[in-house]
Design a protein around this ligand. Structure first.
Ligand code: GCO
Ligand code: MN
Ligand code: MN
Length: 388
């Protein structure tokens, strides 16, 4: 029997807002009493997590006095020291307060845009104070219900100006901090700007300091858009931009569900874990999800333990996949290369082009070859179902 105990080297993290979610939804009030940030850290210590992340206002209420803020920070620090839990990432709440009802950095109101910058600089200071090295930007309110209200080009420019300003701030303060931009197609806005990880990757290249900025892709957000999450993650990895990741689960075409990792699409979760482990991703595995509304705090612990355990089970399955001789020999066969084409690949030369244009291909024979992906997929499914 394998050991699925979470260890610090697995870098499993949770947001204060995840295990602290009190189960409110648009149709009903809270089902769990709120816990203090320090108590949530203790809960995370109990289930074996490595780290905790927070929005500025998860830790310090938006209208706290300086004395209240100090007391909360002291308590929180004490809980971190007691449990050994670290703070790898922090972020800003730019969506909860009514001032952000039409966005923060992309709001039509310059006062709102300026306040969003002020709030973010303060929140960056707070995150750095607790050791955060990654700073996430999720622009949940940066969007529209009606496109009469905002020119998307203005919104993109405003967003770019804000990112450039904040990168300069981080450099000016000499903070060791990188930004990770998190895309989401909709909810809470009807449409959110930069709706997918791919959009974010393109946007980043237009910034003044693109090397400081990467992405924080989230499973549910790409599944909401009906696209393959792992492919987006691979693109981010290839671009050197996979700075952070939000793990959870989601049925496509539904409200923002934030299910326990692997709760919905085990196969997609498997390919994702396999990808992250195969390439050697060494950032946080952050579970941005929450327990079903049916649960009490024991259920919240079941939820948190479940996220980490499923990840570790799938990690073990990925190792088995890589060691499975039938799967591997099938993959070898599928990828067979007799070398006869190698002269045509690589850097272009006019001679290569000429000889490639003269080559006669046996199109029907090549097209008729069965690729055995049915067998390969069934072997993968059986491995996941535990019968091989
Ligand atoms: C959501 C988002 C958020 C962000 C968080 C950190 O759908 O609500 O995923 O949970 O990840 O604000 O930036
Ligand atoms: Mn989300
Ligand atoms: Mn998220």
């Amino acid at each position: 029997m394998s050991d699925y105990t979470p260890k610090p080297e697995h870098k499993f993290t949770f947001g204060l807002w995840t295990v602290g979610n009190i189960g409110r939804d648009p149709f009903g009030g809270p089902v769990r009493d709120p816990k203090s940030p320090a108590d949530l850290v203790r809960l995370l210590g109990e289930v074996g997590a490595y780290g905790v992340n927070f929005h500025d206002n998860d830790l310090i209420p938006i209208d706290a006095t300086p004395a209240e803020a100090d007391a909360i920070k002291k308590e929180f620090r004490k809980a971190l020291d007691e449990t050994g839990i670290v703070v790898p990432m922090a972020t800003t709440n730019l969506f909860g307060d009514p001032i952000f009802k039409d966005g923060a950095f992309t709001s039509n109101d310059p006062k709102v845009r300026a306040y969003a910058l002020q709030k973010t600089m303060n929140a960056i200071d707070l995150g750095v104070e607790f050791g955060a090295k990654i700073y996430v930007f999720w622009g949940g309110r940066e969007g529209t219900e009606t496109d009469s209200s905002k020119n998307p080009i203005d919104a993109i420019k405003r967003n770019r100006d804000a990112m450039n300003f904040l990168c300069e701030y981080v450099r000016d303060q000499k903070y060791d901090l990188k930004f990770a931009l998190e895309a989401k197609p909709n909810e809470p806005r009807s449409d959110i700007f930069n709706p997918t990880t791919g959009h974010m990757l393109a946007f980043i290249e237009t910034l003044d300091y693109p090397e400081m900025v990467g992405v924080n892709p989230e499973v549910a957000h790409e599944h909401m858009a009906g696209i393959n999450f792992m492919h987006g993650v691979a693109q981010a990895w290839d671009a050197g931009k996979l700075f952070h990741i939000d793990l959870n689960d989601q049925y496509p075409g539904r409200y923002d569900q934030d299910f326990r990792f692997g709760a919905r699409d085990i196969k997609a979760a498997f390919y994702l874990v396999k990808f992250l482990e195969d390439v050697g991703y060494d950032g946080s595995r952050h579970f941005d999800a929450h327990a079903y509304r049916t649960e009490d705090y024991e259920g919240v612990k079941d939820f948190a333990r479940g996220c980490m355990r499923t990840y570790l089970v799938l990690k073990e399955k990925a190792a088995r996949f890589n060691a499975d001789s039938e799967i591997q020999s099938l993959l070898k066969e599928i990828n067979a290369d007799d070398g006869s084409m190698s002269g045509y690949f690589g850097k272009y030369t006019p001679e290569k082009a000429k000889s490639l244009k003269a080559h006669a291909f046996d199109r029907p024979a090549i097209g008729a070859r069965g690729l055995q992906y049915e067998r390969l997929d069934q072997l993968t499914v059986e491995l996941l179902l535990g019968v091989r």
